[in-house]
Design a protein. Structure first.
Length: 201
């Protein structure tokens, strides 16, 4: 199975179905100089893996608490009973409007002081995960960012839908926010973060 990254590079996301989809995406991104930095399974309690975010996991990007967030995120569906529809929202057009001031993006793993939009390797990088964001200088500016993201997501988000097992969603994590709707029953995914080879120890 082969995968052409052109759609991803153009619109910031792509979907692929079938056994081997994740490997094909990893291979395709490797041809562009990216490698897997993290590869984890997220599933139900008692399964010995990371636990999923409960309820509606609203629009966000991954790895916001790293100095350099992963460039690409691959979500592979391993099991999905009911619900859990995926959505994407291209926030690139908002980059100039997201004037947040300094934000602390923090978790138990640590964090960084930065802003919602930064430039990395000559490209804008949007990092957004509301529950990890704490204003350092002006809470009103951060509140305005949240409101702007919510307004545009309400009108511009694209529903990918409930993907079956062996399907994958890949996103440009510096540009596209993704959301997973609430689900019932069991749901297990594999999540891969990819970065330029030089950024991976």
């Amino acid at each position: 199975m082969k995968w052409d990254p052109d759609a991803l590079l153009d619109r910031g996301y792509d979907v692929m179905h079938g056994t081997g989809a994740a490997a094909a995406m990893v291979d395709g991104l490797a041809q562009l100089g990216y490698r897997v930095g993290r590869d984890v399974v997220i599933g139900p309690p008692g399964s010995g893996v990371l636990l999923p975010h409960e309820g509606d996991f609203w629009h966000h990007t991954d790895g916001t608490f790293f100095a350099v967030p992963p460039r690409w995120v691959i979500i592979e569906i391993l099991r999905a009973d009911r619900g859990g529809a995926l959505h994407v929202f291209d926030a690139a057009s908002l980059a100039r409007e997201l004037d947040s001031g300094t934000i602390w993006y923090g978790t138990e793993l640590g964090g960084v002081f930065t802003s919602v939009v930064t430039e990395i390797d000559g490209r804008p990088c949007i990092r957004y995960r509301a529950d990890y964001m704490h204003a350092c200088d002006d809470p009103d500016r951060l509140a305005a960012v949240h409101a702007r993201i919510a307004r545009h997501a309400a009108t511009s988000a694209i529903e990918i839908g409930e993907l079956p097992p062996s399907s994958c969603l890949v996103t440009d994590n510096w540009r596209v926010l993704h959301r997973r709707a609430a689900f019932t029953g069991e749901r297990t995914i594999r999540r891969l973060w990819l970065s330029p080879s030089a950024d991976i120890a």
